[in-house]
Ligand binder design. Structure first.
Ligand SMILES: *Cc1c(COP(=O)(O)O)cnc(C)c1O
Length: 394
């Protein structure tokens, strides 16, 4: 079995599993309790906060543990909106290819009277900092742009976008769920005010993540209750999950450079191999790209059929994002970079992990090539393309 869907989720590392199990056994006290057993949990929590903060260049007081990336995105955006509202600012800038945790939160704000401006994404999936600068107005209360895209792997010029926002005195949030522990992220150097991350995208557990909010930014609560997380996120903390996430983050960040170098090599090998399939195209930018991300469109076939046949060959991949498969609409990300519906339907995302071998890479290339050819053999769209009834786009 070859797992090539690491953008959807990653397998927990051995060290994270061990930390989590040990904490569940030995450290089940409530961190808010004053007796020793509770205080031990509190210590674990605060050590995890320090570890997480140090990986991204933040101070521990700026880290808020959440139930994952989605919650962090929601809280960051809704907090900025609440601050904006106080000052009569209701304009928010984002892009059309954000994760749904961002896009759906923005849609909610639109219904409440906010003006949402989604910047056009270039064909390679990149946003130009000058686009952001031109879009910022007197009444802009937030710019939210993802660090790296979960479908096409494009890495944005976050530091430059952040600098524009600083200059214009506008809050800047980035969904860095796909970036953390995969590429260098430093909230100070990258001019980031708020950042979202999720444990299960870097070999930690699911259901736990964190929000970084720069000192002085007043967060609004999504969940009311006790005074946990400095009163900004109520509910007894998931101590084993948080401890395991910090363990996984420290481990993955420590091996990041080495892993990224190896994975980029395997990624480029895959891209070179798949490019040879006629009427195919790489989605996203070839250079500003996550080390593990490969995303292709193949004309004349359906992504879903491709996935099922690859699964038969022991390859687990994805077509668009896990959240959109199951619906008939093609990926909003592929549409945002200008792929037409027909072409967007024939997409394949391979998100490889650091454990992939050269042999496995070549097996994927062979299998995808075979399956695409096989599917085209009885595709009515392919027949129309071949007979000239329809024009090729790729
Ligand atoms: C996975 C993902 C999320 C959601 O994180 P959860 O922890 O699953 O809620 C948000 N944004 C991006 C870019 C993601 O890849």
């Amino acid at each position: 079995m070859i797992y090539a869907d690491n953008a959807a989720t990653t397998r927990m590392s051995e060290a994270a599993i061990q930390t989590m199990t040990a904490l569940m056994n030995d450290c089940w006290g409530n961190p808010s309790s004053l007796y020793m057993h509770g205080q031990k949990s509190k210590e674990i929590l605060e050590k995890a906060r320090e570890d997480v903060a140090s990986v991204i260049g933040a101070s521990p007081r700026e880290i808020y543990f959440t139930s994952g990336g989605s919650e962090a995105d929601n809280q960051a955006i809704l907090s900025a909106a609440a601050l904006g509202l106080k000052n009569g600012k209701k304009h928010i800038i984002s892009t059309a290819f954000e994760h749904h945790a961002v896009l759906h939160t923005l849609e909610k704000l639109k219904k409440l009277g906010f003006e949402i401006e989604l910047l056009d994404v270039h064909e390679n999936g990149l946003i130009d900092p000058s686009q952001v600068e031109a879009a910022i107005r007197e009444d802009t209360c937030l710019v939210t742009i993802m660090f790296a895209n979960n479908e096409i792997g494009t890495i944005q010029p976050i530091r430059e976008i952040g600098a524009v926002c600083r200059k214009k005195n506008v809050l800047f949030h980035t969904d860095a769920v796909q970036a953390i522990a995969h590429i260098p992220v430093n909230v100070v150097e990258d001019n980031i005010d708020m950042l979202s991350a999720s444990g299960h995208k870097f070999h930690g557990p699911k259901g736990v993540g964190f929000l970084y909010a720069r000192k002085g930014i007043r967060l609004s609560n999504l969940i009311e209750g006790g005074a946990q997380e400095k009163g900004k996120r109520a509910g007894t903390e998931n101590v084993p999950g948080i401890g395991a996430m910090a363990e996984a983050l420290t481990e993955s960040a420590g091996k990041m450079e080495e892993n990224a170098a190896y994975m980029s090599k395997m990624r480029d090998r895959l891209i070179e191999g798949l490019k040879k399939i006629p009427h195919s195209a790489l989605n996203g930018d070839p250079v500003h790209r996550l080390p593990g991300n490969v995303n292709f469109c193949f004309e004349g076939i359906e992504g879903e059929s491709l996935l099922l046949l690859l699964d038969d060959k022991g390859i687990q991949a994805s077509s668009g994002s896990a959240c959109t498969s199951g619906s008939l609409d093609p990926s909003h990300v592929l549409l945002a970079i200008g792929r037409v519906h027909d072409v967007a339907h024939g997409s394949l995302r391979l998100s490889i992990g650091e454990g992939i071998t050269e042999e496995e890479t070549d097996y994927i290339i062979r299998s995808v090539t075979e399956v695409v050819e096989y599917l085209r053999g009885f595709s009515p769209i392919w027949r129309d393309l071949m007979s000239g009834k329809k024009e090729f786009i790729l």
